[in-house]
Ligand binder design. Structure first.
Ligand SMILES: [Zn+2]
Length: 421
């Protein structure tokens, strides 16, 4: 659409600014150019004006952690009694899959995200060969974090860093960026993390890592025992299992920074949160994955007390309990509902920040994604409003309705019903 156009709804929630009843979002090209109060309507060109009625406009959601290539594993691995058993199961499944299986799975996951209001995703790429071409096949903004698993110090990071340099040159690709994901402290080595930290210093490269996810990881590092320890002992040096917590180990490698996203962090030492907070890194909680594994309670209170930025992510559909009554999909609204079920005292506004402004900042997209503000990408979601007396933030975080519309980069990717031709 040439020139500016205007979208009005019963409520507009910019997130970075207070909600506006009857607000009007002005869009030009792929950017938001203003958010107007309703009184401005009379001054705006009526032929460029679209009233979305009993709706709420929110920023496109930012999914801080996903494995799109595991989408088709939904329901295949039942919730396990042991985290180590689960790793064996997914490794077995991955060995059976072809490149085409992973590709189809990735694309199905991307489709689910778009249709559930996600417009930016930080995705862990286990299959580097799909990157970056696959990102051209989705309207999503994708930050592809190349996954690295290396159990020995002979795991030279040079090929990975070469690949990163090569991919960085492709970042001119619209809506696509590259990052790194050394998998976890138990599946990499301190030397490798240290070399990566040195190579990436001051580059603002997004690095994300699973840390302190399971009780078995905790047992391995702190107590030198348990199923994960027993399984890995013949495969790697266990010298690092000397009583330090997983977070302390990662911190000591020098890789924590404001561009780092620690995923899960369910198991922490008392001093871990303050130490992690000091680095400026963010953490990612995946509510449905947490429930699937039946982990110990997520340390929300200590994270909040230490002012660690908290983002929500979907993780993969391989770690979501399937429902008999509905189709199980990747959906950040489902993650927000699960979070609200567990933490009903947290303000809905704060929960919405965990899927918009906070992950946008963690991913280096502050002011560009996760907000309806001047200069931001025109990424937005339109959902059905409830009765006028209800709080719009509550309506959003508990939303179960299909979305009326989704816009990415100034173009409708799910078109509002009354604008469909
Ligand atoms: Zn994950």
């Amino acid at each position: 659409m040439q020139g500016s156009f205007f979208l009005q709804a019963r409520d507009v929630i910019p997130v970075a600014h207070p909600a506006i009843q009857g607000g009007i979002v002005e869009i030009h090209g792929n950017r938001i150019t203003a958010v107007h109060p309703p009184a401005q309507k009379k001054n705006l060109p009526q032929d460029r004006f679209f009233d979305l009625g009993d709706s709420i406009i929110i920023p496109g959601l930012v999914n801080a952690h996903c494995h799109l290539d595991y989408t088709s594993m939904v329901g295949v691995i039942p919730p396990p009694s042991s985290f180590t058993t689960w790793i064996h199961s997914i490794q077995g499944l991955k060995r059976e899959w072809t490149l085409d299986d992973f590709k189809a799975s990735w694309l199905e996951g991307a489709r689910m995200l778009v249709h559930s209001g996600v417009t930016t995703v930080c995705d862990i790429e286990s299959i580097w060969d799909l990157v970056p071409d696959i990102s051209r096949l989705t309207p999503l903004r994708v930050i592809s974090c190349l996954e690295l698993i290396a159990l020995s110090n002979s795991g030279d990071p040079t090929p990975m860093l070469d690949k990163l340099t090569q991919f960085k040159k492709l970042e001119i690709l619209h809506k696509w960026r590259v990052g790194l994901s050394p998998h976890a402290p138990y599946s990499t080595t301190p030397l490798l993390l240290n070399l990566l930290a040195t190579a990436l210093q001051s580059t603002n490269t997004i690095v994300t890592m699973h840390i302190g996810e399971s009780a078995e990881e905790w047992e391995m590092f702190k107590l030198r025992r348990g199923p994960l320890y027993e399984w890995l002992a013949p495969q790697r040096s266990m010298k690092i299992c000397d009583g330090k917590s997983p977070i302390q180990i990662v911190k000591d490698c020098g890789i924590l920074s404001p561009s780092f996203l620690g995923v899960h962090m369910n198991y922490m030492d008392t001093s871990d949160a303050a130490m992690f907070a000091e680095t400026g890194a963010s953490m990612v909680h995946c509510p449905r994955s947490h429930s699937y594994f039946n982990h110990s309670e997520f340390p929300l209170a200590v994270a909040k007390k230490n002012k660690i930025p908290i983002c929500l992510g979907t993780d993969s559909l391989a770690t979501v309990r399937v429902s008999k009554s509905t189709v199980t999909k990747l959906c950040l609204f489902a993650e927000m509902r699960e979070f609200m079920r567990k933490y009903p005292d947290i303000a809905p506004r704060e929960v919405l920040e965990m899927t918009t402004t906070t992950p946008a900042q963690a991913l280096g997209l502050q002011g560009l994604a996760g907000t309806l503000s001047k200069g931001a990408f025109a990424d937005l979601v339109v959902i059905r409003a409830k009765d006028p007396a209800s709080d719009p933030y509550t309506t959003v975080v508990l939303n179960e309705d299909p979305h009326r519309a989704v816009m990415i980069d100034g173009a409708w990717v799910v078109t509002p019903p009354h604008l469909q031709s």
